[in-house]
Design a protein around this ligand. Structure first.
Ligand code: TYD
Ligand code: MG
Length: 449
């Protein structure tokens, strides 16, 4: 077959294509991101001739999917019970967050359970990996390191050695020599992933790929791959905090809302089964501007501290800064507090944060956030044994959210005696902890000051 070559221009941020150079991407609005790419039609059509076979719906998926435990329980929880044979999983995150460390620990555990692992290290030399391995106590004979960038070469090694699990660290350093473009460009990253996907399905080898993302989620990377792979996990958290979170944002074989919580220590990452105690441990005396939220992440309730600081502003437009909470949510809660509860934040800078480097996106954060803000503004502490959860509508009404019972139980376990929630909730009080209902934001903030 004669390869037909076609030149296209592709945005390195979002992957949009155009027939000619474009100064500003029409899709994502970024400037100067278009790079020339040569698409060879043989790559796209070479495999379409293989005999296609239809499968009856009655037989499809009849055998339950076999799972291979990763040996890291918190990761298994995120994956929905372990790695599915032949699946392709993308692990994204900022550089230095712990992706290589986690996968090395997975490689060790999987190898110990008798499955061969091929660790393709494009970023670091085997010696560097070796040093990290010493640190996390990984020394399995069944883990092979392969310093290789060419995915074609990786595929040949996989065909010959037949490992059960392949780890690609990272997709940004992988390249396909059939394609133009430097490693890390959108075209290369996509072509390599597509090739690894075919390999995973054809050979039944479970493949884990690492992808770097920057804080803005920019650069050619995981974002453009999300739709191609079976599962996408993101490593979040702050490099400066001990807690790291692995969150599933897509999972074809399990829930996409689970999280795994890890702590980075001297000897690698360890799972934190019950993080509540650690997350509120610094709250030993009642100070203003702090409220405890009973959050639910995935299927697990946990207590987190929401902090607020309100100070006179020296700026013409006072600051509204949120860490770990969406800024839009903060602005809305401040607006509702002003309009419905008679508090005024005029001329005040407002900073809010979730302690421990966590990110909370649940609407149930509204009520504890309102408590922390009211407490900071009035300089009156929220009682130490009071926690809260609930969504606040624009009318100032406190709305019920799901999992009230589980939240109440978790709060009780960690020393909370009262949990403030929507009036309409009907969770049975436990021995340690009772539910305090509030109808409006005004009623709720009446509890502080
Ligand atoms: P790494 O896995 O190399 O990050 P990534 O692959 O996501 O870029 O982890 C890097 C950080 O973790 C590094 O700053 C050192 C730290 N670290 C520990 O604190 N303890 C350990 O046992 C290991 C292996 C790393
Ligand atoms: Mg790494």
């Amino acid at each position: 077959m004669v390869a037909k070559e076609r030149i296209t221009w592709r945005c390195q941020t979002c992957g949009a294509g155009a027939p000619r150079w474009v100064g500003r991407c029409g899709e994502c609005g970024e400037f100067g991101t278009y790079v020339e790419e040569v698409e060879s039609s043989t790559v796209l059509t070479a495999r379409s001739a293989s005999a296609a076979q239809a499968v009856s719906l009655a037989h499809a998926g009849a055998q339950s999917t076999a799972r291979l435990p990763t040996g890291v329980p918190e990761l298994d929880r995120v994956l929905g019970g372990g790695l599915v044979k032949g699946s392709l999983v993308l692990l994204g995150g900022e550089p230095g967050i712990g992706k290589s460390t986690l996968l090395l620990q997975v490689a060790q555990a999987v190898a110990e359970s008798g499955t061969g692992v091929l660790y393709v290290c494009g970023e670091e030399s085997p010696d560097q990996i070796g040093l990290r391995a010493r640190r996390v106590g990984a020394d399995a004979e069944a883990v092979s390191l392969l310093p290789e960038l060419d995915v074609g070469a990786v595929e040949s090694v996989v065909r010959a050695a037949k490992p059960g699990v392949v780890i690609i660290d990272s997709i940004q350093t992988a390249f396909d020599p059939d394609l133009a473009g430097a490693p890390g460009s959108v075209g290369q990253v996509r072509a390599c992933t597509a090739r690894l996907m075919r390999m995973a399905k054809e050979l039944g080898v479970t493949t884990l790929i690492v992808g770097h993302v920057t804080k803005e989620g920019a650069i050619a990377g995981p974002r453009v791959l999300e739709h191609m792979v079976d599962a996408v996990l993101y490593f979040e958290g702050d490099r400066d905090h001990a807690f790291r979170i692995v969150r599933a944002v897509k999972n074809r074989f399990g829930s996409a809302s689970e999280i795994g919580i890890f702590e980075m220590g001297e000897h690698g990452l360890s799972g934190v089964g019950s993080p509540s105690a650690g997350l509120i441990s610094e709250r030993t005396e009642a100070v203003s501007g702090s409220a405890v939220m009973v959050a639910v992440e995935g299927s697990r309730p946990l207590l987190v501290e929401i902090q607020a600081l309100v100070t006179p502003s020296y700026l013409p437009t006072p600051r509204r800064l949120a860490t770990g909470i969406e800024t839009g949510r903060l602005l809305q809660v401040v607006a509702v507090l002003e309009r419905r509860a008679g508090l005024s934040f005029a001329g005040q800078d407002v900073h809010v944060a979730v302690a421990g480097g966590l990110r909370i996106s649940e609407p149930a954060v509204d009520l504890p956030l309102a408590l922390a803000l009211a407490s900071a503004l009035r300089d009156v502490a929220v009682p130490l044994d009071l926690a809260a959860f609930g969504e606040i509508g624009l009318t100032g009404h406190v709305r019920a959210v799901a999992h009230a019972e589980a939240r109440l139980r978790e709060a009780g376990r960690f020393g909370m005696r009262r949990v403030l929630g929507a009036q309409s909730l009907s969770a049975p009080a436990t021995e340690e902890c009772q539910l305090v209902g509030a109808n409006t934001i005004q009623e709720a903030v009446g509890l502080v000051g």
